[in-house]
Design a protein around this ligand. Structure first.
Ligand SMILES: C[S@@+](CC[C@H](N)C(=O)[O-])C[C@H]1O[C@@H](n2cnc3c(N)ncnc32)[C@H](O)[C@@H]1O
Length: 268
């Protein structure tokens, strides 16, 4: 991580439940995409910004004992949690590496598939990280990225607290020179680093019930200190918003449209 990169959300045990909910929402789309790009047994795979390892563990199961997954994150707390999750699944073809996405230290020209999800939006130099990922690929290897865009969410019936919650994230990412509209930038970034894109697609999850709906208030609570420190809001406003969104989330009278996700892949 460079000095000006700051991760907004909780890490380790504190953030694990939120990432699990996030994974429940997105994993069917991730699985479909990775199947489509040709993920198979025996592959050497790198998962960059792996978090608590939800996708990494699934990747390890797919590549099997003849394959290997190297999972990188800059947070030791995330990696400890990821290690515990992998041990619980008795996976022994996965290794966790504490490193920056800008300089992973992994061997270049070595991977069949390099993957990242919801990482680039947190970085101040996303193109440098994509360039590093490109370097890790063998010739003809595949780079797959999935990133969100916070600018096209909705709640119906409309909720000012819901809209404000996403405005806060966009404002903070602008202040920190990160990009929570990353989804729509991905194609340009891939082109900037000289990749010929095979496909770009998008999906927007809509949630009407269940614990998945809590993703919106849980993520707001995790980022509260960062918003307050940046002078964007007060604890009082956050507490009110969390309570209002939680009420919407526990009922079934609203539909949440959460950030649209861009899926992109290219061959080296
Ligand atoms: C939103 S989480 C996504 C985790 C995982 N990819 C998933 O989809 O469940 C983003 C992860 O990126 C990691 N991260 C942030 N900046 C990083 C950097 N510069 N290098 C490596 N990892 C970074 C964070 O520690 C966090 O675990």
């Amino acid at each position: 991580m460079t000095q000006d990169d700051r991760y907004t959300l909780a890490t380790g045990e504190l953030g694990a439940y939120r990432l699990e909910i996030l994974n429940r929402i997105h994993m069917p789309h991730t699985e479909f995409l990775l199947g489509r790009v040709g993920l198979r047994q025996g592959m050497q795979v790198a998962d960059i910004g792996c978090g608590t390892g939800n996708v990494s563990n699934w990747l390890a199961q797919q590549v099997g004992s003849s394959g290997l997954v190297l999972s990188v994150d800059s947070s030791s707390a995330q990696l400890q949690q990821a290690q515990r999750n992998a041990e619980a699944l008795t996976l022994n073809n996965i290794k966790f590496v504490e490193a920056s996405a800008y300089k992973t230290g992994l061997p270049y020209n070595s991977f069949d598939l390099v993957y990242c999800r919801f990482l680039l939006m947190h970085l101040t130099r996303p193109a440098d990280a994509v360039d590093e990922m490109r370097s890790l690929l063998k010739p003809n290897g595949v780079l797959v990225c999935e990133e969100a865009d916070f600018s096209c969410v909705f709640c119906d019936p409309p909720s000012p607290a819901y809209n404000r919650r996403f405005e806060l994230f966009l404002a903070l990412s602008d202040i920190r020179n990160q990009n929570f509209r990353m989804g729509i930038r991905l194609y340009r970034i891939f082109q900037e680093v000289g990749l010929t894109v095979s496909e770009v697609s998008m999906y927007q999850p809509t949630i009407i019930r269940g614990e998945e709906k809590r993703l919106v208030d849980l993520t707001l609570s995790e980022a509260a200190d960062a918003f307050i420190e940046a002078g964007l809001t007060t604890r009082e406003e956050i507490d009110k918003m969390v309570a209002q969104i939680k009420t919407l989330a526990t009922g079934e009278n609203t539909v949440f449209g959460i950030p649209r996700v861009t899926q992109i892949w290219a061959r080296k």
